[in-house]
Unconditional design. Sequence first.
Length: 378
Amino acid sequence: MNMRSWASLYGFELKKILKSRLMIAMLVFLFVTIMIEALAPRLTTSRDVAEARRSLSGRVIDDELLQEMYPKLIDDGRTWTDENKEYYGIAYVEDVMVDNEKTLDQYTADEMYAQREAAIDHYMEYDELTEGEIGWWKNKAAKVETPFTYYYYEGALNLAQGLTGILLVIFLISAICVSTVFTSEHRQRTDQVVLSCKHGRMATYFAKIAAGITVVTASSIIGSALLALMIVIFSGMDGLNAVVQLEIPQATYAYTFGHFILIQLVVMITAGILFSTFAMGVSEMLKNSMAVMGLMVGIFIYSQVEIVPPQFRFLSQTRAMLPSNQMSVWALIEYRLINIGGHYITGFVASPILYLIISAILIIIGGIAYNRFQVTGR
């Protein structure tokens, strides 16, 4: 089959997915999700409050700024008025860093950052890191500059959190829409037509696989771009240059929110490829899209429920590397590393590679099942 003929077949499969009622409904759901993710923060933070908090951008979180804030704190930083609203972000960082054995105004900047270091050591001990892993992180942590410099980062945080919502929608698109690419053919008995085509079997298979991957990947990219645009319009994209420690102080990555969002996009796109190939490949093996939906939903529920203690490292770390967990800002305090030949890599590096490897395996296995069924299935 020449490339032009295959492209026509690919286009046909693409249109078939996009024109289905389920796909149209899911695209509407994606748009609604994007609007909610972009608008919800704007409803909780007024323009005046945002401007007040933005006024402290560029200030170093040191004793000078803390002593300026302390006299204006009400109820130990739990009550915010027009008189102190600009200090919310500073109080949040301190509150997350300290042990809360004293009120916020009793801590110095040195004590605050010392408690951050102690918390990191505690988390690493809880996760049962090896000496090699701890040493690796110590080298990385040295690149994190302290004291932190504050920047108003709500826009960047909204985008980072909103991308996890888009990931859930593309997961549903894969489970509900893409999983039927092969099973609908078998259910309607139209698969027999392929047997009459000289190049029908594998050419058709790869056209379907490519169409499914395209739909999910395009949904990820277009959805992310639209979310970013809506956030810029409604509240502004502040904070791409802010360090992630302003939200997760115990993070030891020397990342800004801009860096983290780029990582999220890579994880999302490769996860979308994994979702689509899993939905199509496994549905072809089982010949049942409902079973695939149930399996995918079960894996998602498993990823959200913390039932595996860190002592069972393989299971616990595997759960942490699932897409929904890698997309979360809490992945910034996943300290467990992957040791490959004495070299350590983080989950952010390993996960996209692993997703693509698993996707390739699923495509191969699904192709074998598709080819054998066409020959002996009737």
